[in-house]
Design a protein around this ligand. Structure first.
Ligand SMILES: *Cc1c(COP(=O)(O)O)cnc(C)c1O
Length: 357
């Protein structure tokens, strides 16, 4: 039995992407590699139809956190200041990164279940500014909440600040209006909504933002990566096979209809699971209109702890995901990224029947 991954990345691969890993061994100093790198960078901009004149997609060999770290460390200028909107684990991680690099910052802390409070964010911008950037997690995978970007971006634009977006678990599946939201850059990874394998991640950034950034990190220096990649070069040895998979996944993504199609596909699967679990007395934590289509969190049924739930579902061929920190006692998470069909989710729901009475 094939085990299906319902955790928030890495995802269950399509056969087409899996087969792409078996292409010839490639030296990263040969033109074949640079063709691959060029195609990946061009296709990443195409996902949101960003114009290469103004935007650059910069690849790196790292997990999603590497791309977020690169974006924060490289794009806040030496004399810049960062406001961090925090309502989950990944917002906390951005704050840890800012602290690690000694970047001037303020944090607007929310409860993990709360939506960002625009009034509090505006008050902080006004009381402690000027800020060059505001960092926010688009889809806070901690809870499945989709944080709104465009209204926040408009408030920031009025105060001369641009958004740095952790879009690791939304890039490719949720709409992002880069202009309206006044976004300077978004960081993401190959192995979530794009359906590649772990090892390749990227920052999509305004060229102007890269030029006015800072050089605080060696390996993750965005400006150096951008410059060398534009010259068909690379500073270090990239995860060549992960790039094979990323390019194949991006081709498949475009052929399938791009962001609208992936959004619709995930939405149908997420709603199928939400309604099916509700019928079995297991309720989603957030209403669907506040949730991403990528992942939903659900209240653990009474008398069933997470380990028991996880192990029983794994025996049926499904890997679900725990809540983080204190939430591990309250909730579990189901992501519907990857090569998953409605029939698979029917089987998942049937597997729940043997667990809940
Ligand atoms: C998965 C994820 C990350 C990065 O996690 P890695 O394990 O480093 O790939 C960052 N932010 C969000 C919102 C995520 O969901």
């Amino acid at each position: 039995m094939k085990t299906l991954l319902l955790n928030p990345g890495p995802v269950t691969l399509t056969d087409r992407v899996r087969q792409s890993l078996l292409q010839p061994d490639l030296c990263h100093r040969e033109s074949e590699f640079y063709d691959l790198q060029d195609e990946a960078r061009a296709r990443l901009l195409e996902v949101y139809r960003l114009h290469p004149q103004d935007w650059s997609a910069v690849l790196m060999t790292a997990s999603g956190t590497g791309a977020v770290e690169s974006m924060i460390a490289s794009l806040v200028p030496p004399n810049g200041k960062l406001l961090i909107v925090q309502n989950g684990v990944y917002g906390e991680r951005i704050a840890s990164i800012a602290k690690q690099y000694g970047i001037a910052h303020e944090i607007v802390v929310h409860e993990w279940m709360q939506a960002p409070d625009l009034a509090r964010i505006e008050a902080c911008l006004d009381a402690n500014g000027p800020f060059s950037h505001v960092a926010i997690v688009h889809h806070e995978t901690t809870t499945g909440r989709l944080n709104e970007l465009s209204q926040l971006g408009a408030r920031c634009r009025a105060r001369g600040a641009q958004l740095l977006v952790d879009a690791v678990s939304s890039f490719g599946a949720e709409a992002i209006d880069f202009d309206k939201a006044n976004i300077a850059a978004a960081a993401a990874t190959a192995n979530k909504c794009l359906h590649g394998v772990p090892g390749a991640s990227f920052v999509v950034a305004r060229r102007q933002a890269i030029e006015s950034g800072a050089s605080r990190t060696y390996y993750l220096d965005l400006a150096r990566l951008a410059t060398l990649q534009a010259q068909r070069s690379t500073p270090f040895t990239p995860s060549v096979h992960a790039y094979y998979a990323l390019v194949e996944a991006l081709r498949e993504f475009e052929e399938a209809g791009g962001v609208p199609a992936r959004h619709a596909r995930y939405a149908a699967l997420a709603e199928q699971v939400r309604l099916g679990l509700a019928a079995r007395g297991i309720m989603s934590i957030l209403p669907p209109e506040h949730s991403s289509v990528v992942l939903r969190s659900y209240a653990l049924p009474n008398g069933l702890d997470y380990e028991a739930l996880h192990d029983a579902l794994k025996a049926h061929g499904f890997v679900v995901y725990a809540g983080q920190g204190n939430l591990s006692k309250q909730l579990f998470r189901i992501s519907t990224m990857g090569d998953i069909e409605a029939a698979d989710m029917d089987r998942l729901l049937k597997a729940f029947d043997s667990l809940v009475k």
